[in-house]
Ligand binder design. Structure first.
Ligand code: SF4
Length: 94
């Protein structure tokens, strides 16, 4: 049975995804992780893990957070670029 009162599997109640550095929704209202300078390629097809995207991804893609890598010295779980940004959002310059 499906209920809108249940939290979706893998997504926190506020949209926080496993692999994010902090809770979703703490950044500017318009910001997503795809617009953040810390959001990097997850590896696999298209490049090695941690390689920065050249500009904001034009479609929703999975990436990893460089802040997690800096803090834990390990890449976190990949999560989608359309996730709401956390309070450590860094505006992408390219
Ligand atoms: S907003 Fe930036 S620092 Fe925060 S989780 Fe997303 S990619 Fe990481």
């Amino acid at each position: 049975m499906r209920s809108s009162h249940l939290t979706r599997v893998g997504v926190g109640a506020n949209g926080t995804r496993s692999g994010m550095f902090h809770f979703a929704g703490g950044g500017p209202a318009w910001a997503t992780c795809g617009k953040c300078a810390a959001f990097c390629r997850a590896g696999g097809i298209g490049g090695a893990a941690g390689r920065p995207f050249e500009g904001e991804p034009s479609i929703t893609v999975h990436g990893v957070c460089n802040k997690v890598k800096e803090y834990t010295n390990r890449w976190g779980k990949p999560f989608p670029s359309n996730s709401l940004a956390c309070k450590y959002f860094i505006k992408r310059e390219n």
